[in-house]
Design a protein around this ligand. Structure first.
Ligand SMILES: [Zn+2]
Length: 433
């Protein structure tokens, strides 16, 4: 099992905590003295940099959101003069201005380091050929992987996204061993390989690092069987650094967060309180080494939970679960937080059921009600009623175990639930009308 930087990736947690504390204090000072926006927010909260003595004090600091980046567009949150910024990236906003991020020379070096860890965790080294089919440009995907690939000494193929026939040609002729792209493009490439008539044995692919969009375990299994590779989940967001914030190891059981650079917390997205270890909630990051654009308690809106338990790979860095969805999608049912993705996970694990469903929320006599309509296989409708009842009971049990809520389940025939083009409508919340 290869580890790029075992000093930091396998550090005793107590020692790591000391380093995090030192780095957090430096970051808070840098933000306070160099960024007027942070200074005024801290002053409003009655805080000075001296109030933050260790990572235990982090919850006293105000949050940062995407709006803070928009309000200070383009460079208002930068903590160094522009003469020290060597790179700018930006993500296109769905509305209005893009989110701009800036890197100093040290930030680029940090980014290369965390990407080297990511690629090494996926089994890559200097003997590999890494085909980067993420987009290059203002998007952080392409160049993030690129610098990591060069750092480990691999042969980097900066093909960028699109042009599928060229992707296949290079993959075969150059002997690509590691593919980096979005999971949906990986599936697309897998199908293109089958259609092109290329014999899989002509390819040397062994692993893929996939991220930048949510994907399910089912999708992973499909990619792995079609491409005959190990599919590794990677996580990042440009505001924090780009790819390289967290990545899976060969255990594929959670993504190790590079905590010596990015300090994670899990909060309740409604009350904004920090949740106890093991709870599902919104992931918040404080960058503790970044110079150009330090982020203090940045709300990612991504939902997950953290596990500090030992990983078989030997790394001690905390693991985050594959992201469950966005906090913007969260429902509150009888005071319990519910994410549609929790229901979807249960459904995907039951082969008798199709992943076509609708969650209907209502309020009857001031009490929230929850109904799940879900399609089952045709054959079940030809079977005895008792089998349908047994399936419904099993599903209800599984849902209650996963969500803590009792959910009324209605099984319906295939193709009963309305299909939509684009993003499927999964929730009908009648309480809002
Ligand atoms: Zn691990």
């Amino acid at each position: 099992m290869k580890i790029w930087n075992s000093h930091f990736e396998c550090m005793e947690r107590e020692e790591l905590r000391k380093i995090q504390t030192d780095r957090l204090r430096e970051t808070v000072e840098r933000a306070y003295f160099n960024v007027p926006h942070y200074r005024s927010k801290m002053q409003e909260a009655g805080l000075g940099p001296e109030c933050i003595r260790s990572v235990d004090d982090i919850s006293r600091l105000p949050f940062t959101t995407k709006n803070d980046l928009r309000d200070t567009y383009p460079f208002g949150l930068f903590a160094v003069p522009m003469s020290e910024i060597v790179r700018l990236h930006a993500s296109s906003g769905t509305t209005g201005k893009p989110t701009v991020v800036g890197y100093t020379r040290n930030d680029i070096s940090t980014w290369s380091e965390v990407m080297a860890r990511t690629l090494t965790a996926a089994g890559a080294d200097r003997h590999d050929f890494i085909q980067i089919a993420y987009g290059y440009g203002l998007f952080t995907g392409g160049l993030g992987l690129h610098y990591g690939g060069e750092k480990i000494g691999a042969s980097v193929i900066p093909v960028s996204g699109g042009n599928t026939s060229r992707q296949l040609q290079l993959m075969r002729d150059f002997g690509t061993t590691v593919l980096a792209c979005t999971p949906s493009y990986a599936l697309y490439l897998a199908e293109a390989i089958q259609e092109s008539g290329i014999d899989r044995n002509e390819l040397k692919l062994k692993a893929g690092v996939f991220g930048a969009e949510p994907w399910t375990e089912n999708m992973r299994r499909e990619i792995e069987s079609k491409l005959r590779i190990k599919a590794i989940d990677i996580y990042g967001l440009s505001e924090v650094i780009g790819p390289g914030v967290a990545s899976e190891c060969m255990e594929q059981n959670g993504l190790h967060i590079n905590e010596d650079h990015f300090y994670p917390e899990i909060i309740d997205p409604v009350t904004l309180q920090v949740l106890p270890e093991g709870s599902t909630g919104e992931l918040v990051f404080t960058t503790i080494t970044k110079e150009g654009l330090p982020l203090v308690r940045y709300r990612t809106r991504d939902l997950t939970r953290l596990s500090y338990g030992k990983c078989a790979c030997g790394r001690t860095l905390v693991r985050m679960e594959k992201c469950l969805g966005r906090s913007d999608d969260m429902l509150i049912i009888r005071g319990v937080n519910l994410f549609p993705s929790q229901i979807e996970t249960v459904l995907l694990e039951m082969s008798e059921i199709k992943p076509h469903y609708l969650i209907i929320v209502d309020r009857v006599n001031n009490l929230d009600t929850l109904e799940l309509q879900v399609e089952v296989d045709e054959e079940f409708f030809q079977d005895k009623i008792s089998q349908l009842q047994a399936l419904r009971a099993k599903l209800q049990d599984n849902l209650e175990n996963a969500t803590g809520l009792s959910i009324k389940v209605t099984l319906v025939e295939p193709k009963t639930i309305e299909r939509s083009e684009g993003k499927a409508k999964r929730v009908l919340d009648k309480r809002k009308y």
